[in-house]
Design a protein around this ligand. Structure first.
Ligand code: HSE
Length: 308
């Protein structure tokens, strides 16, 4: 029997303009799995994290990831997984991707790394598909690779790790409103207005240029979303007023985190991210909406073996 312990980080998808094509990894917050393989043919998943998860392993994102890995590599094995640490599902910071990325990375380690990093992401995307009904990689890729990742294309998958200039921090608030990714995707139009599309591709180009050149102002003003946000912000009471206050306090940008309902602010200093977090806390507290808030560094590190 061989055992590994794996960590995969939380992540934020979309980054405003990059619907389904961009995401970033966060530091320290994430999932920890203990994974073992032995001779045989089967899968068990034990949840020791204290976070409630479906009992049925067919509903656990780890299951399709493990199966995809075995299929891609032509292996069979008894795989036993223990979930040691888990981000709360629905927290808006890539809970399903953290498990999926950790499972894909862990399987690859257990079998001597037969898959490339990109194929590890392909495995992790199976978990995303179970969770949200779509093969998007904007949480899974940064959770595997770390940093800020651009998905240049899906057919074939073309992943580009972008530079993270300086010290970036995110304040993320998870208001306790129930909005599933499936629901948040189903309200989006199937066709995009030309005017909105022009604004969006200008911003995507601006964000990439800003990250490469270290132009923080350009990063901030490019993180605008004319495609999904106009529809999704209706799930978040007072979204526009909140953003105005957060930007006034010195953050570079504020957007919906992935499909929401969490919201994040990006700042180039810890103190500014803390200020944004305090403003977001007051906003939801005034609305009598319970929340959880984190201020976390953007990390260049993705899934990895861990001792704890
Ligand atoms: N890009 C996906 C969406 C992320 O916005 O639906 C889901 O977390």
């Amino acid at each position: 029997m061989k055992t590994v312990r794996v960590f995969a980080p939380a992540s934020i998808a979309n980054l405003g303009c990059g619907f389904d094509i961009m995401g970033l990894a966060l530091d320290e917050v994430g999932d920890v799995l203990e994974m073992s393989v032995s001779e045989g043919d089967g899968l068990t998943i034990k949840n020791e994290s204290g976070v409630p998860l479906p009992e049925d392993i067919e509903q656990n994102v780890i299951t399709p990831v493990v199966r995809k890995f075995l299929e891609m590599t032509g292996n069979r094995a008894q795989v036993d997984v223990v979930i040691k640490r888990k981000i709360y599902p629905g927290s808006g910071i890539g809970s399903s991707s953290a498990s999926s990325a950790a499972a894909a990375f862990g399987m690859n380690e257990l079998f001597g790394c037969p898959l490339s990093e990109e194929d590890v992401v392909v495995c992790a995307m199976e978990g995303e598909n179970l969770a949200s009904g779509g093969y998007h990689a904007d949480n899974a890729a940064p959770a595997v690779m770390g940093g800020i990742v651009l998905i240049r294309g899906y057919e074939p998958l073309d992943l580009i790790k972008l530079p993270v200039p300086g010290d970036f921090y995110c304040a993320v608030i998870h208001p306790k409103l129930v909005v599933s990714t499936k629901e948040a995707r189903s309200i989006l139009p199937k066709k995009v207005d030309m005017h909105a599309a022009i604004a969006q591709w200008g911003n995507v180009g601006g964000l990439v240029a800003g990250l490469y050149s270290g132009n923080i102002g350009l990063v901030g003003r490019s993180m605008r979303d004319s495609i999904a946000e106009p529809y999704r912000k209706s799930f978040i009471p007072g979204f526009d007023e909140l953003r105005e206050k957060v930007l006034e306090s010195g953050s570079l940008a504020m957007n919906i985190a992935g499909s929401g309902p969490s919201v994040f602010a990006l700042a180039n200093r810890y103190e500014k991210a803390q200020r944004a977090g305090a403003i977001m806390e007051k906003h939801f507290s005034d609305l009598d909406i319970p929340y959880e808030c984190y201020v976390v560094k953007v990390s260049n590190r993705g899934a990895r073996l861990t001792a704890y």
